[in-house]
Design a protein around this ligand. Structure first.
Ligand SMILES: *Cc1c(COP(=O)(O)O)cnc(C)c1O
Length: 461
């Protein structure tokens, strides 16, 4: 007897109570499509009759397939890695106020480009501009899609078909394909490298003036450190050379902090205000690195330059959307109200004192009844403070196969990203949101017992 005949028809399946549930949840077209394709798949098992599913198995396959098709591939994860600005994990988590601002603007209409007083078209550019200028001391501001776009716009608008002077030691690759020389090429500007890999002097910049460059560019060495026999002129010195020749100085700060990281026991990350005060005519940085806001590229500087940028056709192609502007304004307000350290998650995580991390790790260990608390290091990441770390405490598990344990945790719901260090599976409380504790501990508990039961592990310490 052919097993094929035992397969129900599409119509018969659609009559079932289960199908009614599917249609309610997933809609009719998708349900019908998935039923068809699972039936086709079942028929394709012929002539191996034993592989043809019975009805229950078939229904289970359809159900699983519908779930897979409708699951979002972008989902929240728990970051227990201790890297505060992890680009792969979406960089900065937003403040509550920023999320609320986005929600309000997303739910309905807004005055994004509407001047309420005049009753006519306005500009989207005004929304964050005033706040940015007030906080930084800049004359003008422009917000675009991300900092890579900001640098591209600045170079395209100000240096196309002309040369840009930059130190060899700053021709950096940031990751994710952002390389300063490539962005330069894309903008149509010519690269005019000066100095050597480790040293560049004021005179190198002065000599470069013979080539009649369009501008000087300084790029932050976001992800590595130059140590040993090195030197570089101060920004103010560079500005003086540039200004004497009537050229602008552009500073790509990368992370661009509004607060002083040195206050938290870290090195000093270049600050936006300092760069402007030192004479940079145009400063670019990311919205979702140390600023702790949404993905954005922020350009600050002299009004005359920023106006040229705003008018360039490329500006329209890389403009920021309303959700970004809403979240960015709300984030900037935290700085204006001097509450960034409390309200902006990135700064809150940086500011947690080691003893507080310690008691949280101890609490985790106590709840789980396993694991040991060991001292370790968190990093800021996100193209800032290369090589700098924050002292922290970690919950650590010693086990025969920590990789297997970490792999299982990545498949948990929500997925958990932890670290492997010295053969220990480690969890840093610093980057775990307090409201995620329960989910984290439950997943650890479950997977510890599974790893143990399948592999006869020594009990973790
Ligand atoms: C991170 C970074 C960029 C790119 O910024 P995105 O916002 O990721 O586009 C550019 N320049 C420097 C120096 C950076 O650190």
């Amino acid at each position: 007897m052919s097993g094929l005949r035992s397969l129900p028809s599409v119509d018969a399946l659609l009559q079932t109570a289960q199908a009614a549930d599917w249609i309610r949840e997933y809609g009719r077209p998708l349900t019908v499509q998935v039923i068809r394709s699972e039936l086709d798949r079942a028929r394709a098992s012929y002539p191996q009759a034993d592989k043809i599913p019975d009805k229950a198995e078939l229904m289970a396959r359809i159900d699983a397939s519908l779930q897979v098709w409708t699951a979002s591939s972008l989902q929240p994860v728990i970051n227990a890695s201790g890297v505060i600005l992890q680009t792969n994990l979406g960089r900065a988590p937003l403040s509550r106020a920023a999320i609320q601002a986005m929600q309000q603007v997303a739910l309905g209409y807004s005055n994004l480009e509407y001047d309420l007083q005049a009753g006519r078209r306005g500009s989207r550019l005004i929304h964050a501009e005033q706040l940015l200028c007030r906080l930084s001391g800049a004359e003008a501001a422009l917000v675009v899609n991300n900092n890579a776009a900001a640098v591209l716009l600045v170079l395209t608008a100000l240096a196309r078909r002309r040369s840009v002077v930059i130190a060899r030691s700053q021709l950096v690759e940031i990751g994710g394909g952002f390389r300063v020389p490539d962005v330069m090429k894309q903008s149509g500007a010519r690269l005019l490298e000066v100095g050597t890999t480790n040293r560049v002097h004021r005179s190198d910049y002065e000599d470069a003036l013979q080539e009649k460059p369009a501008l000087f560019l300084r790029a932050h060495r976001s992800n590595f450190r130059l140590i040993g026999f090195t030197s570089e002129p101060e920004l103010a010195e560079l500005a003086a050379v540039a200004h004497q020749a009537g050229l602008p100085l552009v500073d790509d700060l990368g992370s661009g902090s509004l607060l002083d990281t040195a206050r938290f026991g870290l090195g000093h990350e270049p600050m936006v205000q300092e760069s402007l005060a030192a004479g940079a005519d145009c400063v670019c940085f990311s919205g979702d690195k140390l600023l702790g806001g949404p993905q954005a590229g922020i350009i600050l500087g002299r009004a005359e330059l920023v106006t040229r940028l705003k008018k360039h056709p490329l500006a329209r192609a890389i403009r920021a959307d309303k959700l970004c502007l809403a979240a960015l304004s709300a984030t900037l307000l935290h700085y204006l109200k001097d509450e960034a350290e409390r309200e902006v998650p990135v700064w809150r995580m940086i500011a947690i004192p080691p003893e507080e991390v310690y008691s949280r790790a101890e609490q985790w260990a106590a709840i789980l009844g396993v694991g040991e608390v060991v001292p370790g290091e968190s990093t800021v990441g996100g193209g800032s403070l290369p090589g700098e770390t924050l002292p922290t405490y970690l919950l650590a598990f010693r086990m025969r196969n920590p990789n297997r344990f970490l792999t299982r945790l990545r498949q948990a719901s929500p997925p958990i990203i932890a670290r492997l260090e010295n053969d220990l599976a480690i969890f840093d409380p610093r980057t775990v949101m307090p409201e995620q504790d329960a989910a984290l501990l439950e997943a650890i508990r479950q997977n510890l017992s599974e790893v143990k039961s399948t592999h006869k592990e020594k009990a973790p310490i």
